[in-house]
Design a protein around this ligand. Structure first.
Ligand SMILES: Cc1cc2nc3c(=O)[nH]c(=O)nc-3n(C[C@H](O)[C@H](O)[C@H](O)COP(=O)(O)OP(=O)(O)OC[C@H]3O[C@@H](n4cnc5c(N)ncnc54)[C@H](O)[C@@H]3O)c2cc1C
Length: 384
């Protein structure tokens, strides 16, 4: 294990580049076809210490700011790889670090930092409450010094490859909805196939998504993160980290598509000249580049505010919105530039095209960000 990663972006980038060169696009293509988890890639990242960079040094991590995680995830995506198999360990960490008790941190963080256990699952979405997080139904009822959890989550990614889950539940039926919710950090291992049933969901991308059923799951009260009824507030904090890091992946995807499209346009000859000579090919790529660079600035701004502990809801949301749009624009333009060959699995464009589409829907949809900007930033009336 190497948990001494330096806060130097150039070193981090070249470290990730080296790893990604050992996991070329053919590796990701093969896994995509069999919908298999990139175990070797995740093990390598874990051993190299990159997945525990946000864990403070006293718990065995490198104690770096979110900007370091942003650089890592952008770089992974820039090489045609995908951080989705393991990125949650970075953005979930914020809720635990900021709000978890010392005992909870001491219990799990050293083992996570040592690569012995994984915290990769974040259970918020439910079948009947997607964007409307406040209407979740999964409940945790207090019984002595235990909580009994019942309910169902859906789209919980990586649950089969995670030991721990950060789970949002209702803990109170009172009217004040925000104060109904609480957050738990649960070790799923002793409960698997008993009071926790995990079922994979087949999807258009290789994302290890699942639905999870909780039936009379009994957990100790010390699994509660922070105080009872504060879960919604805590995940809002965590969601800023999530938005920033997903936006970083989008920037990586956008750069990947722009590089691929530019190289292909310069090489591909039609009518005896490179297609790049046509402005109808050049300009959309140039426009995608401009939009990507602008979105990248917003990601950096959000990172800088987050790392200075300054409110960054607006910037994190804007970063996610602009970066997801930029990667989708770049993906579409790469498809157009590659023409018919973009449909061939061999070129990887179709795989990345499918993968990057996700970000305009999850972890938060473009509409919900526009609603946030309309309501919270511009002060217009709530539409829901
Ligand atoms: C591959 C994948 C992985 C995921 N991983 C996780 C995970 O690990 N953990 C987890 O908890 N969740 C996860 N999710 C869930 C994801 O966060 C949700 O899909 C997302 O938040 C949208 O919720 P929904 O799908 O229920 O859409 P809905 O809430 O049903 O919305 C459907 C559409 O209607 C729009 N809409 C709804 N209400 C409004 C409104 N008031 N105004 C305007 N438009 C509106 C939405 O923007 C969306 O476009 C994942 C999803 C996918 C697809």
């Amino acid at each position: 294990m190497n948990n001494n990663i330096n806060n130097n972006w150039t070193d981090i980038k070249s470290g990730i580049e080296k790893i990604c060169k050992n996991f070329p696009e053919s590796y990701w293509n093969k896994l995509d076809q069999s919908r298999s988890y990139p175990t070797d890639f995740v093990d390598t990242l874990t051993k190299s210490g990159y997945l525990s960079i946000l864990i403070p040094e006293k718990y065995g991590g490198s104690g770096l700011p979110i900007r370091a995680a942003s650089v890592i995830l952008e770089e992974i995506h820039r090489w045609g790889a995908n951080g989705a198999a393991c990125h949650a360990q970075m953005y979930i960490m914020g809720s635990l670090l900021k709000h978890g008790s010392d005992e909870l941190k001491q219990k799990y963080l050293p083992e996570i930092a040592a690569g012995k256990i994984r915290l990769q699952a974040f259970g918020v979405t439910e079948p009947s409450s997607g964007s409307d997080t406040l209407s979740i139904k999964t409940s945790a009822k207090k019984s002595g010094n235990k909580f009994i959890i019942n309910g169902q989550k859906v789209w919980t990614s990586r649950a089969e490859y995670s030991d721990l889950i950060l789970l949002l539940t209702k803990t109170d039926d009172s009217e004040v909805k925000q104060e109904n919710l609480s957050l738990f950090l649960i070790d799923m291992r002793p409960h698997l196939n008993k009071s926790i049933i995990i079922k994979p969901i087949k999807t258009m991308i290789n994302h290890s998504s699942t639905e999870i059923f909780f039936e009379n799951l009994e957990v100790d009260e010390d699994c509660l993160v922070g105080s009872l009824g504060s879960g919604f507030k805590y995940i809002l904090d965590g969601m800023n980290a999530e938005r920033i890091l997903i936006a970083s992946e989008c920037i990586g995807d956008a750069k990947y598509f722009i590089d691929k499209a530019t190289t292909y346009a310069n090489e591909r000859k039609v009518f005896s000249r490179p297609i790049a000579k046509n402005q109808a090919i050049q300009f959309p790529i140039a426009q995608a580049y401009a939009n990507t660079r602008a979105a990248e600035l917003m990601v950096k701004e959000a990172c800088s505010l987050f790392d200075s502990n300054i409110k960054c809801g607006e910037e994190s949301n804007l970063a996610k919105l602009l970066a997801a749009d930029a990667s989708w624009e770049a993906a579409d333009i790469a498809m157009q530039t590659f023409g018919g060959f973009s449909f061939s699995e061999e070129y990887n464009i179709e795989r990345k095209f499918r993968e990057t589409r996700l970000y305009r829907i999850a972890p938060v949809s473009t509409n919900m960000i526009l609603a946030y900007i309309s309501h919270k930033v511009l002060g217009m009336p709530r539409s829901y």
